[in-house]
Design a protein around this ligand. Structure first.
Ligand SMILES: C[S@@+](CC[C@H](N)C(=O)[O-])C[C@H]1O[C@@H](n2cnc3c(N)ncnc32)[C@H](O)[C@@H]1O
Length: 240
C-alpha cells in the first residue's frame, strides 16, 4: 500500500491528542488508519494533478513545456527521441508515464501513449501500476517518467519504477525526471508526499532494474537561478 507519511503522521498525532491512543498499540485501528490515509492521499493527488481549479495555478510550475528551450527534458530530449526515430526503420513506440496534459503528443502524435490516473488529457486514464499489468512488456522504445514517480514511500517508488521499466525493450530508453524532495510552494501541495530522490538511489534503481545509466545530471542548467520549486534530477537509462 502507498504510504503518505505526512498524512499518516498527522492522523496518528490527531488520535493521540484527541483520544489519547497510540495507534500502533491497536493493530485494527492501524489497519483502518492506513486505508484512510490512502483514500485521503488519492484525493490529494487528484485535486493537485487533476483538471481542477486547484491544479491550474500549480501547473504553471511543473508543466513540461516550461523553459522548454533550456531544460534537459525539453528540446534536448525532443532531439534525442527524434534521433532514435531516425535510427529505427519502424515508427518507435513511446509511453509517457504520468503525462499530465499530454504535451508530447504535439511532437509525436499517435506514436506516444500518455497515461495518467488523474489528468483527463491522458490517452489511458490509468496509473503506471495498473497500466503495466495490461500491456505487453518489453514493447516500448522509449518510456518517459517525467516528474510522475515522485509520490509516496520508497516501496511505492520501487513498485512504480519496476512497472515502468518492464515496458522498455532491450536496448530501449527510459528518461527520468525526479524530485530531490522539494514540496511545491502551493497550498494544495502541502499534503503531497514528495519522495526524496538522490543520485545514489537513481543509480541503484537503474542497475537493479537492468539498465545502464547513460547520463545523470540536473534538468535545468545550474546557472539558471530562476527555477520555481527548485531543480530536478535528469537521467537517461538504456535497458541491457
Ligand atoms: C509533476 S506532474 C508532471 C506531468 C508531466 N509529466 C509534465 O512534466 O508536465 C506529475 C504527474 O504524474 C501523475 N501521476 C501521479 N501518480 C501517478 C501514477 N501512479 N502513475 C502515473 N502517473 C501518475 C500525476 O497525475 C501528474 O500528472
Amino acid at each position: 500500500m502507498r504510504i503518505n507519511k505526512k498524512i499518516t503522521d498527522d492522523l496518528v498525532d490527531y488520535i493521540q491528542k484527541q483520544y489519547e491512543f497510540n495507534v500502533e498499540d491497536y493493530p485494527d485501528m492501524l489497519e483502518h488508519l492506513l486505508d484512510l490515509q490512502l483514500c485521503i492521499d488519492e484525493a490529494v493527488l487528484s485535486r493537485y494533478f487533476g483538471n481542477t481549479k486547484e491544479s491550474a495555478d500549480a501547473k504553471k510550475y511543473w508543466r513540461q513545456h516550461l523553459k522548454f528551450e533550456t531544460r534537459k527534458t525539453g528540446r534536448q530530449l525532443l532531439d534525442k527521441i527524434n534521433a532514435l526515430q531516425k535510427q529505427s526503420k519502424d515508427p518507435i513506440k513511446i509511453v509517457d508515464v504520468g503525462c499530465g496534459d499530454n504535451d508530447w503528443k504535439e511532437h509525436f502524435g499517435k506514436q506516444v501513449i500518455g497515461i495518467d490516473p488523474y489528468n483527463k488529457n491522458a490517452d489511458v486514464p490509468l496509473s503506471i501500476e495498473r497500466f503495466s499489468k495490461e500491456v505487453i512488456h518489453s514493447s516500448c522504445d522509449v518510456v518517459l517518467v517525467l516528474g510522475s514517480v515522485n509520490f509516496g514511500d520508497k516501496d511505492t517508488i520501487m513498485q512504480q519504477m519496476t512497472a515502468a521499466a518492464k515496458l522498455v525493450k532491450p536496448g530501449g530508453k527510459l528518461f527520468l525526471r525526479a524530485n530531490p524532495g522539494i514540496t511545491h510552494v502551493n497550498e494544495y501541495a502541502k499534503w503531497v508526499d514528495f519522495f526524496h530522490w538522490t543520485e545514489e538511489y537513481i543509480i541503484y534503481l537503474a542497475e537493479a532494474l537492468g539498465f545502464t545509466v547513460n547520463e545523470l545530471t540536473w534538468d535545468h542548467p545550474e546557472s539558471d537561478l530562476d527555477t520555481p520549486n527548485g531543480n530536478r534530477y535528469y537521467s537517461e537509462w538504456t535497458k541491457t
